[in-house]
Design a protein. Sequence first.
Length: 268
Amino acid sequence: MTQAFRRTGALKDLSSYPLWLQSVVRSTERDKKRVVDHELFRLMRDGRLPTSAMRKFLAGAWPTIEQFPQFMAMNLKKLSVGDSPGEDLARRYLIHNIRVEQKHADHWVDWAASVDMTLDDLRRAEDVEGPAALAHWCWYVCDRASLAVAIAATNYAVEGSTGEWACIVCSKSTYADSLPEEIRGPATRWLRLHAEYDDTHPWEALEIVATLLGNAPRPAEVEAVRRAIRSTYFYSELGLNHAAAEMLHGSFDETASNASTLGALDAA
């Protein structure tokens, strides 16, 4: 029986993928939930995240957002046309999505403007070593690891968890409604795009991983994919914790302002 994998089921149905990859996804689900269900996103959704914490979040995640097209380009350099079905699938995916991710970086800058941050502010932000650890990890894994492991760590784990927390933030209109109407559209475009359609990207990445490694990869290859996904979630959570810690240092006036805003929205 051939060990090659070709997907025949629905793209977004986990049962369409090899048993080993289903096991990897399930065994890392708890790690992902710590990212997706982080308090920072619930407070953002409810319009209660202090501005100082929002700025820390936006600046801390910027290195990953800015460099994500570069991570994909690093993986693209590993590929040649016709080497294998998995590599051809990866090549088409990466070429198509590099430009998409560049546009997403532009939208992130628009989001930062909602809290009076410029591109220079994002670039020159201080005390972002914790959040920047995710960007360092993504660079390392794309530079050193195999194509399957690198795509699992970035296009599956980063994009997958991002799409899910963006859906949480957008599940209510509270956050968007808290922004001035004249900037609401551009300031929430990044969130809306990820909540609306980016959910296909991690599934496409999962298909690439499965096609590259087949139905029965070596145990060491399976464990490398599992560790890489877990590492991505670990560094993502580290960055969120770093931004959330800013809430402990927010001023009384800022906290009171956020609380009064939420109270007015609840009363409306």
